[in-house]
Write a protein that binds this ligand. Structure first.
Ligand code: UDP
Ligand code: MG
Length: 308
């Protein structure tokens, strides 16, 4: 059976639409499936809509996992995978931006023995210029950190049971599905798809949440910012050697009072460098603190299933 995980946050109009679209492509192909909606603390009627769906649908299993509040998409994906029962699990957006037709293609590849089938975007859909610029920078950084090309990666993936079991065992709080599935290895393949426009509603990403997401996932995957501090330290050490020798030579030759501007500049540069460095270290410390607190990554309020 194929489990399809749908992270859902304020998607009341898309819940039934997603079911219908998926059903229309999977039933003719005779693929047995279950839908796992993870209601990520929606403020609209999403929860009721999922409940209604579990009552009326007869040709597939429907399960709804409801969080006690909004925990974010990563948590929703994780909870969906943890509550899925299929031999193979797919994660896709509830707003139908991921084409359901690709599920069939992915499923056939899984049948051929692939364990991680990653959807990559052929085109990035409609995005404004600023967003595109930042996205590009972010993906450059994260691609270097993760060692895989992330520019076209998406959360649209199909994973074998084996991979899902390993994924939900990962202990970290700050998790990044998009990159981790390729970090895990296994026999993988990519499938291209075109991002569609949202079926209805609006994207949940604000500039603020995007920046948080970007910084969070880069720090989760890489300690490069901290190594940058070491690098700038080494650079300034050599710089200080040169400056030191120059100052000594000046002192011995008797004209040492000049260069006040240099002193001010050096204090400013080094001062700000130290503060930025402390900030970066502090950020990683905060991350470690979050991890050792070991709070649950999400709290499930209720699970509803069409079985009972
Ligand atoms: N989503 C979620 N929790 C959140 C934000 C989003 O579960 O806090 C879900 C949302 O319902 C959708 C998917 O994640 O199914 C992608 O969200 P969205 O469409 O807002 O992002 P975009 O497609 O613009 O990247
Ligand atoms: Mg979307």
């Amino acid at each position: 059976m194929l489990s399809i995980i749908l992270p859902t946050y304020n998607e009341q109009d898309n819940i039934e639409r997603a079911y219908k679209a998926i059903r229309d492509v999977l039933i003719p192909e005779e693929i047995d499936f279950e839908l796992v909606y993870v209601n990520d603390g929606s403020k609209d009627r999403s929860c009721e809509k999922i409940y209604e769906l579990t009552k009326i649908v007869t040709d597939a299993k429907i399960r709804g996992v409801s969080f006690s509040r909004n925990f974010g998409k990563e948590a929703a994906i994780l909870a969906g995978l943890a509550n899925a029962t299929g031999d193979v699990c797919a994660v896709m957006d509830c707003d139908l931006q991921h084409p359901e037709g690709t599920l069939v293609e992915m499923y056939r590849l899984w049948e051929q023995g692939f364990e991680v089938i990653e959807g990559v975007k052929r085109s990035r859909g409609k995005e404004n210029l600023l967003y595109r610029g930042f996205a590009k920078l972010f993906y450059k950084l994260i691609s270097r950190a993760a060692g895989v090309d992330m520019a076209r990666a998406s959360d649209f993936k199909m994973l074998d049971r084996k991979v899902v079991d390993e994924y939900i065992k990962l202990p970290e709080r700050n998790i990044f599905f998009r990159a981790l599935s390729s970090w895990m290895g296994y026999k993988s393949i990519t499938v291209e798809f075109d991002v569609r426009d949202r079926a209805s509603g609006a994207s949940k990403w604000s500039m603020d949440s995007l920046v948080k997401y970007a910084v969070g996932s880069i720090s989760a995957f890489s300690t490069a910012p901290m190594q940058l501090i070491t690098l700038s330290g080494v650079f300034f050490f050599f710089f200080s050697l040169v400056m030191g020798i120059q100052s000594l030579v000046k002192w011995f030759s008797g004209d040492a009072l000049e260069g006040f501007t240099t002193v001010i500049l050096l204090i400013l540069i080094i001062g700000s460098l130290i503060m930025v460095s402390l900030g970066i270290i502090g950020y990683y410390l905060a991350r470690i603190y979050e991890e050792i607190k070991a709070r649950p990554r999400y709290i499930v309020d209720e699970i509803i299933s069409s079985d009972d």
